[in-house]
Design a protein around this ligand. Sequence first.
Ligand code: PHE
Length: 454
Amino acid sequence: MEHPEREHWKSSLGFVLAAAGSAIGLGNIWRFPTLTGQNGGGSFVLMYIAIVLLVGLPLMYVELSMGRAAQRGPVGAFGKLAPHPVWKLLGYLFVLTGIVILSYYGVVAGWTLKYFWIALTEGFSRGGSGPFFESFTSNGTAQISFFLAFLGLTVGIVFFGIKGGIERMSTVLMPVLFVLLILLIVYALTLPTAADGLRFYLVPDVDHVTGKTFVFALGQAFFSLSLGMGAMLTYGSYLSPDSNLVKSGLIVVICDTLIAIMAGLLIFPVLGGAPEKSGPGLVFVVLTDLFATLPAGRFVGALFFLLLTIAALTSTISLMEVAASYLIDERGWSRRKSVLVMGATVLVLGIPSALSLGAVGGLGSLVKIGGNELGFLGLADFLFGNVALTAGGFLLILFTVFAWKRKNFETELYSGSTLAQAPRKVLFFLLAVVAPLCLACILGYMLFTGQTLG
Ligand code: PHE
């Protein structure tokens, strides 16, 4: 389906903010500090940065170049750039991955709305966060309502398109997110627990660095940079040919990494050391309990959950855009109809996740993979948030090297760029040799151990 009037970003700053918005999400503010806490603090941070540069950045460039070259979402991009139609299947996998991630990510995002609301209206009670969290997550009606509310916000933005919806919201929300984070960090650093927290966070502990740490850092880099399922590809498809991909891609990667590291500067000083809980408990129980006791805790709690809501929202809109762009580009549907249909699909698919945290016992524990008991939400996250993203990244590399070919990729990436030959060679070496080796290791590890990164 030819769409000669394809919409484009209004400005390159708008694009960078939207792409950074996709990348910066619950993954940065909740998952990154948790993983850092469990995997040796500072040494994990260093390993993470190395992986982002060696594997994340080259793949970011692949996705952005593919999108801009094809001017289509994932399915159409593979259809247009690949010499063989079998690659289109990978495009379908990307769209499916986007839909599934949105279906459970939206449930957790709904919690941020609820917590923001509580902080604003009644505040948290001391010691009450654990029982509250349990009764909230096992209340099916509440889970579905807040999921629906968050999905409604997402649909409402994507409905208005690239310039009028996604770009406009991102240019407002991302600066707000940044200011909120700075304010919260300044507050956290004044607490008596700050010094211990910072020491734990920033001083490397090499004893903790194992193969597992490496796998966690790699999986986290993918999830956090929104790579391996076509989100960056789709955003890249709304770029016009004169945009500078080398620069924009680098800025997005730096912003995402910076915000993740900054989130640690907020969370660890508040905690005062290693987190005793991982997963949702860290933010929704431990931190929330602290907000009940700290000076100005209620106000700070409200700002913190607003920060989480904004971070999640700019990520869910990118997931929705991947799904909607399939119907728009490949089926020729109007944007409005596409967004509504995808919104309804995600809603239906998300219901079992929403009910798997206590509301419906049977959904709470479905399979046991490698010692981890996974419910519906956990299984969806393992299969799509972990395995599909890394597998998608691996296949994207194979596609670039063997099907699309180095020359076409580099022509697209470096059009309008003055980057010297030497770094171009290094980049291709990372993409064709280093990244696939790393990815093969992590995929094998995940599939054999069933280790998820949540
Ligand atoms: N990057 C987002 C985060 O860190 C999650 C995400 C993954 C968004 C994949 C889009 C695509 O929370």
